[in-house]
Design a protein around this ligand. Structure first.
Ligand SMILES: [Zn+2]
Ligand SMILES: [Zn+2]
Length: 573
């Protein structure tokens, strides 16, 4: 049976569809398909109307989801068209359902033929069978290709490699395609790592980090054939911050198509740990990123302050206020982006005057009912200046004199070490004898209470001093260096506490070893051995000469002699 067809009597639709899935076999672009369809129509003298040159943008993998294809089916059912021109059968049908519907329409006599670039399928049993087979073959190839691709990707993931373009900071080696290993991008790895670390400090917003990446680091994407080589985009930086790959894992489908976690191959260095990655995610979730120009989390006194009311730790908070440049309104900055009165936008520190208030208060963890009160950083500063700085600051000349004296003692001790030690032991014994006599004199009523207490204080003080000497027998060079460091600091301490940065203050407090206690809104301080000893010597020197001011002692003999007069007491600082 052979049906001769007169193409000029048939209305045709040219159906063109692009491939939208990556694993679908390479198809011509829609416009190339249109060109081919027009070529076929001309070859067969078909009058193809412009309105029937159709372009479908959706894939045909799941039937029933292509609106243009559905329109073609309807037009055939309604008898408006009787033929289809298409580049390949797989453009029309990618599943058995689609092919079946077209064959049904042929059986009903409504569809007379399907013309592809290479073949004509007429309404004959052989052609219909061929059409069905061609469609099935296309589907099978597509499925196989998909399966192979899926298996290949899953295998690569299991090996700990991303089957995709390398993340910024890394690169793929030039090995066999699909099995390329991940290497470090020497140029970008340290920059991206630095950015992640900076973000982890909590001091930078993504936007600020982006500015640093672009303007200061000059971080660009990897140049490729058509893209890349440009400054990293803000959105790309966001993605990089969120990306777990930098912490050594990623997510992808396994052989069964189930999404699971894969560990990055051990040969690939990580930029952050997994817990750092989680911290980055939680920082990103904050309702508003910090503004570095008002943000501070380095409170210098935090580590050196204890709550005297409950013995717990002290924490600190910062409150920032702004005085609007436009309307002079003073308001708490918080996360506001505009002045609450006049609505002018807050763009940065120049949008108004910034007022900072740092408050320290008990964490109330040890005792939730602790009555501890707030104290401002400026109050602590004031106390510290009055009670530590003013009492211990030394002039450079006095520092030199003290260090020289210690060196002299050091040398003398090296020479007479044993004798000095013996001497101290004798003195200790002597003081203990004195104490025994004092106690018995007091018990026997030979001295009154006042006399006893005065003598007792003196003896206790001397005992402590001698015991300290014996305990600290033989300064090592390291000790001396530590003492020099402290003296150096004491020449600058006022400037640091009054004008220094938080970091400088924190370092100074650590070197000095001063600890503060906050009790009922009142501060007190305890100094380490060095500072308390020095303070004692200064007090003695001051009592001998009220004009003695350690902080102002010039390199002048008269003044230093005042200090030299207390030298016997100051055997070692
Ligand atoms: Zn407390
Ligand atoms: Zn305003």
């Amino acid at each position: 049976m052979f049906n001769e067809i007169n193409y000029s009597e048939i209305e045709f639709a040219a159906y063109n569809r692009k491939s939208s899935e990556q694993d679908e076999r390479q198809a011509l672009s829609v416009e190339s398909q249109v060109e081919k369809a027009v070529e076929v129509a001309e070859r067969l003298s078909i009058n193809l109307k412009d309105e029937y040159i159709l372009r479908e943008s959706k894939s045909a993998k799941k039937s029933g989801k292509r609106s243009i294809f559905e329109g073609v089916i309807k037009d055939i059912e309604k008898g408006r068209i009787q033929g289809i021109i298409t580049w390949h059968a797989d453009r029309l049908s990618r599943n058995a359902g689609d092919a079946g519907r077209l064959v049904d329409l042929m059986d009903e006599g409504k569809l007379k033929c399907i013309i592809t670039y290479q073949q004509i399928f007429r309404n004959t049993p052989a052609d219909k069978q061929m059409f069905t087979i061609t469609c099935a073959q296309a589907k099978m190839e597509n499925d196989n290709k998909g399966e192979n691709v899926k298996r290949g990707l899953a295998k690569k993931r299991r090996m700990g490699y991303l089957p995709a373009m390398a993340k910024i900071g890394y690169m793929n080696d030039k090995g066999e395609k699909g099995f390329r290993k991940t290497l470090i991008d020497e140029q970008r790895f340290p920059l991206v790592k630095k950015l992640l670390e900076m973000f982890l400090t909590g001091k930078y917003s993504v936007r600020e980090l982006h500015k640093i990446a672009v303007n200061e680091m000059g971080l660009t994407t990897v140049p490729r054939k058509r893209i890349g080589g440009k400054s990293i985009k803000l959105s790309a930086l966001y993605r990089a911050l969120k990306d777990p790959f930098y912490a050594g894992f990623f997510h992808g489908k396994d052989d069964e198509g189930i999404i699971r976690r894969y560990e990055v191959n051990e040969s690939v260095p990580r930029m952050v740990t997994e817990s750092q990655h989680r911290k980055i995610l939680s920082l990103l979730r904050r309702p508003n990123m910090p503004r570095s120009w008002v943000y501070r989390n380095d409170f210098p006194y935090k580590k050196h302050l204890k709550c005297g009311d409950c013995g717990g730790s002290i924490t600190a908070e910062k409150k920032v206020q702004m005085i609007c440049k436009e309307c002079r309104k003073k308001f708490s900055l918080g996360h506001k982006t505009a002045c609450p009165k006049c609505g002018v936008r807050i763009k940065g520190p120049k949008s108004g005057k910034i007022l900072n208030y740092e408050y320290y208060h008990c964490v109330k963890k040890k005792n939730p009912k602790c009555p501890g009160k707030n104290i401002s950083e400026s109050e602590i500063n004031g106390f510290f200046v009055q009670n530590v700085v003013s009492r211990l600051a030394v002039s450079p000349a006095l520092r030199d004199w003290c260090i020289d004296s210690i060196r002299v003692l050091e040398r003398r001790e090296e020479m007479y070490g044993g004798k000095i030690e013996e001497n101290w032991m004798n003195r200790l014994q002597n003081v203990q004898e004195q104490r025994k006599r004092l106690v018995s004199a007091h018990i026997n009523g030979l001295i009154n209470k006042e006399e006893f207490e005065r003598e007792n204080d003196r003896i206790e003080e001397e005992t402590a001093t001698i015991e300290a000497k014996i305990g600290k027998k033989g300064h090592s060079t390291e000790d001396l260096r530590g003492i020099e460091k402290k003296f150096d600091l004491l020449t600058e301490i006022r400037d640091i506490i009054e004008n220094g940065s938080s970091e400088e203050k924190m370092e100074a407090l650590s070197i000095l070893g001063s600890n503060l206690t906050l009790t009922k809104k009142k501060l007190s301080v305890t100094n380490d051995f060095f500072c308390s000893t020095l303070e004692k010597y200064f007090d003695v020197a001051k009592s001998k000469n009220p004009r003695f001011e350690p902080e102002k002692t010039p390199a002048n003999k008269d003044e230093t002699e005042v200090f030299a007069s207390v030298r016997p007491t100051m055997l070692r600082g």
